[in-house]
Design a protein around this ligand. Sequence first.
Ligand SMILES: Cc1ncc(COP(=O)(O)O)c(C=O)c1O
Length: 395
Amino acid sequence: MGPALSGPIFLRLAGSFLSEIAESLAERYCRLTTEPMSGAFFSNSGSEATEAAVKLARTYWLSTGQSQRYKVISRWQSYHGITMGALSWTGVTLRRKDFQPYLKESFHIPPAYCYRCWFGKSPGTCDLDCAGALEDAILAEGPETIAAFMAEPVVGTSISGAVPPYEYFTRIRQICDRYEVLYIADEVMTGAGRTGDVFFASDHFNAKPDIIAFGKGVGAGYYPLAGVLCNQLIIETISRGEGMYAASQSHSGHPLGMAAGHAVLDYVEKNEVLHQAAKTGAHLGRRLNELFEHPSVGDVRGLGMMWGIEFVRDRDKKLPYEPALSFHTRIYDAARSLGLLVLPSNGCNRGCDGDMVLFGPPLISTDEQIDQMVDILDRSISQVESETGMMPSNH
Ligand SMILES: Cc1ncc(COP(=O)(O)O)c(C=O)c1O
């Protein structure tokens, strides 16, 4: 890609109301990736953002005259949001099943999930079959019908904190390029510095997305701000072609949200939050790895300030707990009663069972606060282990 175009042209294409503050925030976001993006569009939730990202990919293909390209490939055990479109691309069986009749045709490939590799391989000795599965899916569906592949750089709640091997996204990018498929990075959870050092987690890998969906931390919880970024090729093609991008809602680019977005970026820059998150995140990772002293802790994985713990009743065999035991909610309840919030989830084992918690403390936490949080989690795990009688507690 060449240098960024000046100004967020995409906002004009969207036909939404413009304001100076929205244009300046769009421009600022476009420069947060190592290779600058060229267009931005704002929404009010991450679910709307992933849908806006897919609509953008579709509009791009319409602009090139390839109206047959509409399919979106995503991954099992991925989460892209709860609205019907976003839920169709989501690969969380437990969240999809009640609404299955309303979901659109969707195409899922296996996740990059080394702890429970779908191909029975181990990290470092595998051929990245999980990435190769994208090529199989593209070929089987017909490359001329595929609009985009969508994935979270580091998986959020559905495989709490799973980080792919470094080469995974390199291979994904090569496959996307080979078949001219757009790559959408869902950075709703991983963006805003969550993984440390970089604003968007895609920049940890050697695979630049064509479109990025963002949300959550960009408003720091003060305003429900979300949106999408896209590269120059998409902007130029949509500007030239027939495709009219129609995704705006009443409050897209609301000035209050734009002000919140600017304030967050001001704070992040002034206080070197990305650097701080990487530093404290390394401490957090070290401390969480100490939890392996608990027999129920099967895996600890993550990056920066985004870490997951997976619980098992037999570590050697990686046997999950009985779902009826709801081990993950027990951990959540125990931690909460001691003053710590963690995000519980289940179904990582092919949608059937498997208990996890995701740990995502504020990026400005100090090492001492992290120690306090991990100590509470430690005590909570001991409590649940002895409560359930499944494992002897060490404490
Ligand atoms: C990766 C990812 N995408 C999309 C969403 C949906 O965002 P929202 O809950 O703001 O609609 C989430 C929310 O957790 C998420 O983690």
